[in-house]
Design a binder for this molecule. Structure first.
Ligand code: 26Q
Length: 814
């Protein structure tokens, strides 16, 4: 790897030794790995700080336009390795630590993942920050500093157990607390109108306040001296108020205030693609949005005198509807604090806010009861009412007498605040996250909005950062690629297409497959260590890792494993290539059926892995506590990437891209970004099965299909389903999996049985393809070679040009 930033190895070693001494009063020889991790991180932070300062000096000097990426989730993973990669001296530090007698890999393992997110949406935000910094775009990520992140998953007797993620217990060496930027956030109370000089002023009274205190985390760009900021907000009790209450002897009131603050940032809601109308969740949303928007306006005003120019200097990009109160909060500030009239404020707001939609799943749509919303945010609610009133008038003037349009598009309806409608009404841009997804939004889910304002809609197909998911996660492949085509791919992933010529060359095929094999050994060791299961690195590694959700159809996958096992046991002529089925998934704590599917996977694993008669042809492994850090190992080692959601349901998927980049073949439905993956790599280099989105949606319009037809006509399906309830995988409780059985037979909302035969066929195809070693090598190499489009650098360039209108900044150190 080219060293873009100078590194003083001896100086660095000295600093690590000094840090261990001053932090822990220990000589380096006696330091624990955790202490070395801290000492190294502080040394790295030292280098980051100068660049961080220089970056912000440059932004201020140029008075640049900035994007504020507002997100309830940032699934950052570990920072140390990534920072070293982007500072371009990972290898040098590895060497330095070697000389001090430490293994960088083991030191990295000391760091807990920053798991401030659930899955795709949160990880996308993290990849976007990496790309923004690498491309030199001025940006802040704004979020919440959850005290507890995504729960840790343990598997006990095959069941998921949730353990608290105490990620801050050893301290976070990279963050910096910025009390000087604290702001107040108000909850509850009532609104009073005051007329001064003929103008009405709205004043919130009787409220509770919480102090929002930001912590800044550096986001290092690759080799360019740019360091952007992830600003995560912590909540503290309002000091003055507390002291006052203590003085007055209102001890309980003061403590209550402390608790109110603490509770807000206590924990990340572990729901993925599922709305739960909890008051605390709305508190979290308003808390970080009010703080972020207030701060952004204050910063804007330091350099700009006319608030009307806000849209030229600021965009608030809303990551799904979770930050949508930003629309009303900005209106509040512009009117109540800046003194603008409605029309003026609305014009500014709707040229500053933009919205990304990540789902069409009905159960994920945020709809807050008006009663709750207005009680918690009285002034914000008033503003939403007025936004709604005017929006409904607009609908009526465009479609006179059409009550359906009002019903479908109003922001307030049926006693609820519909956040998606507020987001669309308040934004200048609405984007989907893959071509198919955007098409479905335009033609179906958001059709009425699209017809009203088609120019507002656009697509931004998701992407991932190759710095983390190839350069850091798969060092062998990364250096092989650099060897062949140079290292520019690190910042320009489309260069990978130069690898195409190697895909048909036997020598290079062998090199590539040998790297895959090494990575499979690395994962096999991890599995041995964590699961106690032996897996054969020569078997096909068939992997499905993602959040557990019915629409993602892990159930289809495990039913197929059960089917294959039956074939092996009963059909003497059944021939299959040895396959290791690898799963990893967290289920939301309250999602019963998802948790039952985890139990099923583990139960099937237990039976099959312990059946010597099948000679290890099938192994099933459930990787505990799937998260960003072990994901990096998993992607690098996969042969087959399972992307099998019911067509039309997965907005994009991003795991699919990480597998492709690392040279795996997609076994998937025509859903989300799979469609574009196939477009890039060619149909012959992926295995596609199942109903198409159009077909699924047609069935749904016509009230579903009848799964009993399949049950009655397909003996193999019948056998597998019967095994769910005959105790084969639950001898201690034969009824354990009856819920899964019933759901499949009676409704099969996700078309699992409908797609089953086609899925079996797809697996047969994988089996055949894998046996043809040369062709398989060619396929996987073409997957890597054609994955250039899926860099988040490409995605961010599109956002920057087509939505944000940002200019790149260069940073030099003096
Ligand atoms: C909402 C209300 C209350 C509590 C939780 C939530 C909530 C939390 C997380 C709702 C949705 C999410 C996460 C959604 C998500 O991850 N969506 C995924 O976004 C990816 C990035 O665009 C896509 O690739 C995936 O297809 C999409 O499922």
């Amino acid at each position: 790897m080219k060293k873009l930033i100078d590194f003083d190895k001896e100086g660095f070693k000295k600093e690590v030794i000094t840090n261990v001494k001053t932090l822990y009063r220990r000589p380096i020889e006696e330091a624990t790995p955790q202490q070395v991790f801290q000492a190294v991180s502080y040394a790295v932070k030292d280098d980051i700080i100068d660049r961080w300062i220089a970056t912000h000096k440059e932004y201020e000097k140029k008075n640049v336009k900035t994007v504020y990426y507002l997100s309830m989730e940032f699934l950052m993973g570990r920072a140390l390795g990534n920072n070293l990669i982007n500072l371009t001296y990972y290898d040098a530090v590895k060497e330095a630590l070697d000389e001090l007698g430490f293994d960088l890999n083991l030191i990295e393992d000391q760091e807990p993942d920053a798991a401030l997110g659930n899955g795709g949406l949160g990880r996308l935000a993290a990849c976007f920050l990496d790309s923004l910094a690498t491309l030199g775009y001025p940006a802040y990520g704004c979020g919440i500093r959850y005290r507890y992140g995504m729960f840790k998953q343990a598997i006990k007797d095959g069941y998921q157990i949730e353990l608290p993620d105490d990620w801050l217990k050893d301290g976070n060496p990279f963050e910096i607390k910025r009390p000087e930027y604290a702001v107040e956030v108000k909850f509850g109370g009532y609104v009073r109108v005051e007329n001064r000089d003929g103008r009405n002023y709205f004043i919130q009274d009787g409220y509770q306040t919480v102090r929002a205190v930001p912590y800044d985390v550096p986001v290092v760009g690759y080799g360019n001296n740019v360091v952007n900021t992830l600003r995560i907000w912590d909540a503290e009790a309002d000091q003055e108020f507390c002291l006052d209450s203590f003085d007055k002897g209102e001890y309980e009131k003061a403590v209550e205030q402390q608790n109110l603050a603490k509770t807000i940032v206590e924990v990340l809601y572990p729901n993925d693609n599922h709305y739960a109308g909890k008051e605390l969740r709305l508190r979290q949303q308003y808390f970080f949005i009010s703080a972020s928007v207030q701060r952004a306006i204050l910063k804007f005003k330091e350099k700009n005198s006319d608030i009307h120019n806000l849209p030229d200097k600021v965009t608030f990009q809303m990551n799904d509807t979770h930050p949508t109160v930003a629309v009303a909060e900005l209106m509040r500030i512009l009117m109540d604090e800046e003194g603008l009239e409605w029309d003026d404020a609305w014009d500014i707001t709707t040229r500053t806010c933009a919205y990304t939609n990540h789902t069409i799943m009905a159960e994920a749509l945020e709809k807050w009861p008006i009663e709750l919303f207005s009680r918690l945010l009285p002034r914000i609610y008033q503003i939403v009412e007025e936004i709604n009133r005017r929006f409904v008038l607009k609908i009526q003037s465009m479609y006179p007498g059409n009550q359906d349009k009002v019903k479908n598009m109003a922001i307030l309806y049926d006693g609820q605040v519909k956040m998606a409608h507020l987001a669309i009404a308040g934004s200048y841009s609405v984007n989907g996250v893959a071509a198919l997804h955007t098409k479905i939004l335009e033609e179906r889910e958001l059709k009425d909005f699209y017809e009203m304002r088609p120019e507002q809609f656009n697509n931004k197909t998701n992407g991932i950062t190759q710095r983390r998911f190839l350069l850091h996660g798969n060092p062998l492949l990364a250096s092989w690629i650099t060897d062949k085509i140079g290292d520019e791919w690190i910042v320009k992933l489309s260069n990978l297409k130069k690898l195409k010529v190697y895909a048909t060359d036997e020598k290079y095929q062998q090199e590539f497959m040998n790297i895959k094999y090494q990575n499979k050994i690395r994962l096999a060791n991890y599995i041995k260590e964590h699961n106690g299961v032996d897996v054969d690195p020569r078997s096909i590694f068939d992997v499905q890792v993602k959040r557990l959700h019915e629409y993602k159809r892990q159930l289809l996958n495990i039913l197929h494993v059960m089917y294959q096992y039956n074939e092996l046991k009963t059909n003497p002529s059944y021939d299959m290539y040895p396959t290791t089925y690898i799963f990893g998934a967290k289920a939301s704590a309250g999602y019963k059926r998802a948790k039952l599917i985890i139990k099923l996977i583990n139960s099937v694993a237990d039976v099959i892995n312990n059946d010597a008669s099948i000679k290890g042809k099938i192994k099933v492994v459930f990787i505990e506590n799937y998260r960003v850090s072990n994901a990096e190992l998993i992607f690098a080692a996969a042969d087959v990437s399972e992307q099998i959601s019911t067509a039309s349901r997965e907005a994009s998927g991003t795991g699919n891209m990480k597998f492709m980049l690392n040279g795996a073949v997609t076994l998937g439905t025509m859903d989300g970004a799979n469609v574009e993956i196939v477009e890039e790599v060619g149909e012959e280099n992926a295995v596609i099965f199942g109903l198409r989105a159009e077909e699924v949606m047609k069935y749904e319009r016509e009230g579903g299909y009848n799964p009993k037809d399949i049950y009655n006509n397909d003996a193999a399906v019948r056998t597998v389903l019967t095994q769910l309830i005959n105790g084969m995988y639950s001898s201690d409780d034969p009824d354990r999996f009856r819920d899964l059985y019933d759901s499949l037979i009676n409704e099969d909302v996700y078309f699992i049985l409908k797609d089953f035969a086609s899925y079996v066929e797809a697996h047969r195809k994988i089996d055949t393809l894998y046996r043809d070693e040369k062709n398989w090598a060619k396929m996987v190499m073409l997957n890597t070679a054609c994955s250039g489009k899926f860099s988040s650098d490409r995605t961010i360039e599109e956002y920057a040009k087509e939505i944000w209108n940002l200019k790149k900044v260069k940073v030099t150190l003096d």
